[in-house]
Design a protein around this ligand. Structure first.
Ligand SMILES: [Zn+2]
Length: 318
């Protein structure tokens, strides 16, 4: 999900806004042409340790001004280092769950903007934990949908957790937003899930913005991160000039050097190829055999170590 103002090569009328990134004063006028704005709560930032405090009330007020869909303020029962999520034990899980349920209930009870949908954030390391969280958060209120942070597979334990998260989403016939993951594997399984369950899903990720943080350009074919420049010094790594063979509207109009000196251009290329792969996989995954083949290729490319487990686990669910 991303939004870019007109006149910048391409345009998507969707945006995911976090109050901690935009600032709590941000209003809808900043995005005049946006068709859909989803706003998270900042729960992730809380756990990631970059922010110290958030309360449901100020998050709700922010969301009601700006969003079509607001996500409840959750307290993630995980430690987060980079993309690596590690779950805490059961007692911390229960404590975080109860706090998150109270936040979610308040946000539903005090909501005045009836046009805004509310999605409850679900957490959990496996099907049973997510189910427990779901039962707790829906014991007094219904929600318009749910949001779930889908794991980035980085070790063996994550494979089972990833597959059980998918299984849970499949089991509920409702709207879902996937938080913080746009890898090729994630995009492929979201598309497959949408096709087999005849539903639509949304997902967000800050991966494209790695261009601004680290000068990262994702190659348009295999999504391999290439560092074009050392940002913020903008010292160009690439000795070669000329154009890269990417037919996106950004690379078609700029040299490597221009991309390297202006990370905003690399970010737009990144957004474009993430969205392009999303469109591609939503078509390909309609066919059982094509889906299986593409899944095997992507898993082999990125997760060779857990090839058997991932392919078997995902195909069991999807
Ligand atoms: Zn490009």
């Amino acid at each position: 999900m991303y939004y870019m103002k007109d006149g910048r090569y391409f345009y998507y009328p969707f945006i995911f806004v976090s109050p901690f990134v935009s600032g709590f004063d941000c209003t809808r006028d900043v995005f005049p042409d946006a068709k859909l704005i989803i706003s998270d709560s900042g729960g992730y930032q809380l756990k990631a340790g970059t922010k110290t405090k958030a309360d449901w009330d100020s998050v709700l007020q922010f969301q009601e001004r700006i969003a079509n869909i607001g996500l409840t303020l959750d307290i993630p029962p995980v430690t987060v280092k980079g993309n690596n999520h590690e779950y805490f034990d059961e007692s911390i899980f229960n404590e975080c769950m109860e706090k998150s349920v109270i936040n979610a209930e308040r946000m539903i009870e005090y909501k005045v903007n009836e046009k805004m949908k509310t999605f409850a954030v679900l957490q959990g390391r496996n099907y049973d934990f997510i189910d427990t969280w779901h039962r707790a958060i829906t014991r007094n209120h219904d929600y318009d949908g749910f949001a779930i942070p889908i794991l980035h597979i980085q070790k063996q334990d994550h494979v089972k957790q990833f597959c059980e998260q998918l299984e849970f989403v499949k089991s509920l016939d409702t709207d879902f937003h996937f938080l913080g993951n746009c890898t090729r594997l994630a995009t492929l399984v979201f598309s497959r899930l949408a096709n087999i369950s005849k539903r639509q899903f949304t997902f967000d990720s800050s991966t494209a913005a790695n261009a601004l943080r680290y000068g990262t350009y994702y190659d348009p074919y295999f999504f391999i991160p290439i560092s074009l420049s050392k940002y913020p010094s903008k010292r160009v790594n690439f000795k070669i000039d000329g154009r890269l063979p990417c037919d996106c509207p950004v690379c078609s109009n700029h040299t490597v050097r221009q991309l390297a000196y202006n990370p905003m251009l690399s970010m737009m290329h990144n957004i474009y190829i993430i969205q392009r792969f999303n469109e591609y996989s939503s078509v390909i995954t309609k066919d059982d055999d094509e889906f299986r083949e593409l899944l095997e290729i992507i898993v082999n490319l990125k997760h060779k170590k857990y090839f058997e487990e991932i392919v078997k686990g995902v195909l069991k669910v999807l």
